[in-house]
Design a protein around this ligand. Structure first.
Ligand code: E4P
Length: 218
């Protein structure tokens, strides 16, 4: 499973990239706004840190506007993935951009039918938002299971399922069990994946025994 980080915070991205575990980055208009920086600057900086796909989302909602913004975003760096919303205009833009050789992430997917449309539009990634479905009392993971089942019936579909709106480590584990290709995870949750109290306890015990015996690796 590939790990993307879901943030526009460059300092966080630098730290996580150093771990060697980062395969890509996703941003959205809210995350870029939160960074307080200009879109061009923040995306350029992220693309220089992470060689994998970096999703940069259009703000236009009409086909021509999306293509105009996509041209600007694609000029920033080769690894920019244009993110478009799952709307009729977004999918039309997706098809055009994919035919032109761009990577496209179709975002705001909340149903299996929508995911199928994104795949048919040639998306490189489709982003189902699991946390936001859980928030309204539906099951985000049931949606991932449905999409994976459908995509497996048609091996020629090359669209990767990018699990988004991840709220806790179990979302990542469940998504991996279902064979989802990518999870995009907020930095705090990515760090939580490392943690287990028995790891801390075991390490402390090993170090205490080592120190008591006065051993050294020379
Ligand atoms: C995905 O690309 C989105 O940026 C993100 O995962 C949305 O997550 P949220 O529902 O926590 O805002």
């Amino acid at each position: 499973m590939k790990f993307f980080v879901d943030t526009a915070d460059v300092a966080e991205i630098k730290l996580l990239a150093a771990s060697g575990l980062l395969d890509g980055v996703t941003t959205n208009p809210s995350l870029v706004a939160k960074s307080g920086r200009a879109m061009h600057d923040v995306i350029a900086e992220i693309c220089a840190i992470v060689p994998g796909p970096v999703s940069a989302e259009v703000a236009a909602t009409d086909y021509d506007g999306m293509l105009h913004e996509a041209r600007i975003l694609r000029a920033i760096a080769k690894n920019v993935t244009v993110k478009v919303p799952l709307t009729p205009d977004g999918l039309r833009a997706c098809r055009h951009l994919t035919n032109d050789g761009a990577m496209v992430n179709v975002t705001l997917c909340f149903s299996a039918a929508q995911a199928l449309l994104a795949a048919k539009a040639g998306a490189s990634f489709v982003s189902p938002f699991v946390g936001r479905l859980d928030d309204i009392g539906e099951s985000g993971m049931a949606l991932i299971a449905d999409i994976m089942t459908i995509f497996r019936q048609y091996p020629y579909l090359k669209t990767e399922v990018l699990v988004a709106s991840v709220r806790h480590p179990m979302h990542v584990v469940e998504a991996a069990k279902l064979g989802a290709h990518v999870a995009t995870v907020p930095p705090a949750i990515l760090r939580q994946l490392f943690n287990h109290p028995l790891t801390d306890k075991g390490l402390a015990a090993f170090l205490a025994d080592w120190a008591k015996a006065g051993l050294k690796i020379a």
